[in-house]
Design a binder for this molecule. Structure first.
Ligand code: HXC
Length: 261
């Protein structure tokens, strides 16, 4: 089913969105969903060629696309990316913080810099983007969407650094929902499970093999990036006007089947 079979194709017209890490994977799926629903879209990432390919794809929906090379660990580059998006489209109504880094490592093999790198990209990057977008979101009474992961509340072997960073994202989301409710800013998180064709799945598949992952999913298949996009669209839409501080799992039931250790 296509998102436009259920939601109007102008749902986010005049409601720009910015997606960190929007050039690929789950984040591109989210950006695509918003573009299909009429949003002007800003994306940032580290690689020019990845952003250019994504921009071409997103532009096919017929709305504005702004790309900016920015590492989420660089607050100034992020601020410029958010400012550039607002200059083109007006203040954003939705910020999606999805940029993430991951590698497989036994906890005893993690160097301080290795641990810090993932925390810097995932948690600090989410904070940096939020900080850069705050004034715009306050103006639009917009919403924040954080991309968490199963690792935040479920133990996964060789993912100690990722679990710690993603749990921090969940905590930040809840605190901001509390503090910023009075500004009309809603803050929610999505925790995707195994989503096909993503860099994250490729890396995790190296541990136990992709078949092992599939056996953990009661629905018996991998998720699609558009299915995460659909949840993001719902949470950013007026249908979710009374939803804040929520963390919604989109994982085919994988969290019910225990840890991977
Ligand atoms: C141990 C490692 C390591 C490994 C890197 N490090 N890989 N340690 N085992 N396999 C250590 C390095 O030795 C170094 O520490 C530190 O981490 C920083 O490494 P750099 O390569 O210099 O960092 P950088 O170039 O900034 O790259 C960041 C990265 C990289 C996270 C390491 O993999 C990356 O850019 N990833 C982006 C794409 C990505 O990861 N996508 C997947 C996201 S999925 P020392 O001490 O040696 O200096 C996701 C959710 C998954 O996050 C959920 C699925 C269900």
């Amino acid at each position: 089913m296509k998102i436009t079979d259920l939601f109007p194709s102008d749902l986010f017209a005049g409601r720009p969105v910015f997606v960190t890490g929007g050039g690929s994977g789950i984040n591109l799926g989210i950006a695509r969903t918003f573009a299909a629903l009429g949003a002007d879209v800003g994306i940032c990432g580290r690689r020019t060629e990845v952003l250019a390919a994504a921009a071409e794809e997103l532009g096919a929906f017929g709305h504005g696309v702004h790309t900016a090379v920015a590492d989420v660990r660089d607050p100034e580059a992020l601020q410029a990316a958010l400012d550039g998006t607002a200059e083109k489209f007006g203040p954003i109504a939705t910020l999606v913080c999805g940029a993430a880094g991951n590698f497989i490592a036994r906890a005893e093999n993690l160097s301080p810099n290795g641990f810090r790198t993932v925390v810097d990209i995932d948690l600090m990057g989410t904070f940096n983007a939020t900080r850069a977008a705050f004034a715009q979101l306050k103006q639009t009474r917009g919403s924040l969407l954080y991309i968490s992961a199963s690792q935040a509340d479920q133990a996964f072997a060789f993912q100690a650094h990722v679990g710690a960073a993603k749990a921090g994202i969940d905590a930040l989301m809840r605190n901001l929902a509390l503090e910023w409710g009075s500004y009309g800013i809603r803050c929610n998180a999505i925790a995707p499970g195994p989503i096909e064709g993503t860099e994250g799945m490729k890396r995790l598949g190296e541990v136990a093999g992709e078949d092992a992952w599939l056996s953990m999913v009661p629905l018996g298949r991998y998720g699609r990036t558009e299915e995460v996009g659909a949840m993001a669209a719902f949470l950013a839409s007026p249908l979710a006007e009374y939803v804040t501080g929520a963390r919604i799992t989109v994982d085919g039931g994988q969290n019910l089947t225990g840890s991977t250790a």
